[in-house]
Design a protein around this ligand. Structure first.
Ligand code: SAM
Length: 670
């Protein structure tokens, strides 16, 4: 699962042809995706009923029910399950559907395949609208107001399942073992894969599969499942179903010390305190509220008043030639954010033009080598990114472009304040502004939020999303977060930019006009905490824009920089420019437990991490908060609720606040 430094590329889509009855057949595996008799009925018989669904939902004790699937294929099993879930009476658990697929269908093939099922058409349309690009990695799709969470891992099950299982956390209530017949595709029916599936089982978890092959039966039994052979569907005489009995142990991970896995699991909280009313805090509050928890959000001053306070922000991402945690996070978070905001516009939670516009953005590039290397890799990923020459870019942007670069059709600009306020529109969220400096104290198993000598709120769980203020908490003062001053300039729309139709990113950025003004920016000064506007910074912003759009230089030079308006904001960033999202470590205990890394950074320490009970962090989003906070909030909410995480273990470790301690120990710096 660790792809670091391998060349960046998308996944290879499914190679298909279509039968006379218009159902898909795999060229790669030479097999059918579902029964030629009736795929929907087969899915109900083998997977839904094979796992005792929908009846089990009525007596399920936890807040969510998790289905794991090997092979998403056409999504038919998912749609049949989602339909059954929708038809089940309340109270029913949320549906978490985690599916792993090595060769996803293209959106066009998916549409064609699902076209054959008119009764599923409305659900199929919704799925198609949210279907992620064929980008290797993990993609979370929120449906039905987030009560249905579809995790699509565009990965090989042989690596994805062991990665999931390596957290040793029981997650799955029911398995759908699909994946073509064992004779056509033995890779989906291995001992290692079943061991991982067994490790992931909640007590009483079940499985269903269309095959009744003797080899599969034996391997499932060896992994700890009871296995029953029952009547198959259509032309298939038998199929298998069963439940987990005794789990076979997964071979231990000999490469990674499990410092990222908390040594204690906590009960799901009913109430959570969130500190900070910027994008990170508001997105976290919304993700928790969607899961039925009550949230008290405490803001020192006013909502979106600090780092999230600019008039306009651009939904930003960055392509790279090689995979790395930073590159993968940049794309996966962007993909999620783009769909997330598109839904908010569609639902009327954000109003086009008033609150932003997903009009696309163009990133200039002068790295011809990189563009040449990525051109092939982007084939089939046009909805994510395209390489444009200067003429094409000029056409899309509506202003003259001297440079080639990357076009991101799902990007655009947003008003961070509007996003924050909209995210908090939920009955489960209580907002308290102007609290002053809030500190957290632990007492009697609760976090008390104290300010001005008063207890404002108490809860067993608290999330610190306080941007640059995060390190003022005594529990978190060791974090190596840095302040980066950024000044934007509010440029009255001039003749040259009145035609700008999309956001333009260069050394800085400019967004299409909002209320007669473009936000342009921003300066970047590490460690500078001067809040005063500087004329010299306005000049810098204008000069960078003039370099990016030379045809507008004269007009830009005609502005009186002393008279321009702007805003100074302070970004909070980490030294590796990845955000800091996850449980707050007990720093002293970490130094103690993992001290042996000082002598040997590769030393495998088979000890889990010690964390401050119920305290989490969501910070250091730098200047990319619009892009990174929606998925970061999902990551935290999933951790707090013990759901599958929206990221691989490799990526969630890369975001974990404890990484700084482990890194410093490994370099013998602390
Ligand atoms: N469940 C699907 C549906 O509802 O349409 C049908 C699944 S189809 C029979 C099997 C799927 O497994 C294919 O989409 C195939 O690409 C996928 N697959 C095969 N080998 C795989 C592997 N090693 N890892 C992940 N997916 C794999």
């Amino acid at each position: 699962m660790n792809r670091d430094n391998s060349p960046w590329r998308g996944v290879t889509p499914a190679a298909l042809h279509w039968s006379e009855s218009r159902s898909p057949l795999s060229d790669t595996f030479d097999d059918i995706y579902y029964s030629q008799d009736n795929g929907v009925e087969e899915s109900r018989h083998v997977y839904l009923h094979g796992n005792g669904l929908p009846q089990r939902w009525q007596r399920h004790s936890r807040n969510h029910f998790c289905i794991g699937e090997t092979g998403f294929g056409t999504g038919l099993n998912f749609l049949v399950t989602w339909q059954a879930w929708r038809e089940s009476p309340e109270p029913r658990p949320d549906l978490h559907y985690l599916s792993i697929e090595k060769h996803p269908l293209t959106r066009q093939d998916l549409a064609r395949a699902l076209n054959g099922w008119p009764a599923l058409a409305p659900l199929a349309q919704t799925l198609l609208a949210a279907y992620p690009a064929l980008l290797a990695g993990q993609h979370r799709v929120l449906l039905d107001d987030g009560r249905v969470r579809l995790d699509l891992w565009w990965e090989d099950a042989a690596t994805a399942l062991p990665d999931l299982a390596s957290r040793a956390q029981p997650l799955v209530d029911a398995w759908y073992l699909d994946g073509f017949s064992p004779s056509c595709n033995p890779s989906m029916w291995t001992t290692q894969l079943f061991q991982a599936a067994a490790t992931l089982c909640q007590p009483g978890a079940s499985f269903g599969t269309f095959t009744a092959a003797g080899d599969v039966r034996r391997k499932l039994t060896d992994a700890g499942f009871t296995v029953d052979k029952v009547a198959g569907y259509g032309r298939k005489r038998d199929c298998l179903r069963g439940v987990i009995d005794v789990k076979a142990a997964l071979p231990s991970d000999t490469k990674r010390s499990p410092w990222d896995i908390p040594d204690k699991t906590l009960v799901r909280p009913k109430h959570v305190i969130v500190l900070g009313g910027g994008l990170a805090g508001c997105a976290t509050a919304a993700a928790l509220a969607r899961r039925g928890m009550s949230v008290t959000l405490l803001e020192r001053s006013t909502l979106a008043g600090a780092g999230s306070g600019n008039d306009q922000g651009v939904l930003y991402t960055r392509l790279s030639r090689k995979h790395s945690a930073l590159a993968d996070f940049a794309l996966q978070s962007f993909q999620f954010a783009s769909t997330f905001y598109r839904r908010m516009f569609l639902m009327g939670e954000l109003i086009p033009q008033r609150d932003g516009d997903l009009c696309g953005s163009f990133q200039q590039s002068d790295d011809a080598k990189e563009m040449a290397a990525l051109r092939d890799a982007l084939t089939g990923l046009e909805e994510l990114a395209q390489i444009l020459d200067a003429t094409e870019a000029s056409g899309l942007l509506g202003i003259d472009q001297p440079s080639a670069g990357y076009w991101y059709p799902g990007s655009g600009w947003l008003r961070p304040g509007a996003v924050c306020r909209s995210l908090l529109m939920h009955d489960n969220i209580e907002v308290m502004e102007n609290c002053g400096e809030v500190t957290l104290h632990r007492e009697g198993g609760q976090w008390l939020a104290l300010a001005k000598g008063q207890t404002l709120a108490s809860a067993s769980c608290a999330v610190v999303a306080a941007g640059t203020e995060t390190t003022s908490m005594p529990q978190l003062n060791w974090l190596p977060l840095q302040i980066i001053r950024g000044q934007i300039t509010q440029l009255p729309t001039a003749r040259a930019f009145s035609t700008l139709r999309a956001a333009l990113c260069h050394q800085g950025y400019i967004a299409p006009a909002w209320e007669g003004t473009h936000s342009i920016g921003a300066t970047f000064n590490i460690g500078d905490d001067d809040p005063a506007l500087r004329t010299s910074d306005h000049s810098d912003n204008l000069a960078k824009l003039a370099d990016a759009v030379p045809s507008c230089r004269d007009e830009l030079q005609s502005f009186d920089t002393g008279a321009l308006k702007g805003r100074v904001g302070f970004r909070c960033a980490s030294p590796d420019y990845l955000p800091t999202v996850g449980p707050a470590p007990d720093a002293d205990q970490f130094l103690n437990d993992f001290g042996a890394l000082r002598k040997n950074a590769k030393h495998l320490i088979e000890r889990r991490g010690s964390y401050l009970p119920g305290l989490y962090l969501n910070a250091a989003h730098g200047s990319r908060g619009l892009t990174s906070t929606p998925i970061a909030a999902e990551l935290l909410a999933s951790m707090i609720c013990q759901e599958p995480l929206p990221f691989s273990r490799t990526l969630s470790r890369a975001l974990s606040p404890a990484r700084f301690i482990i890194r410093d120990l490994s370099r013998n710096r602390i």
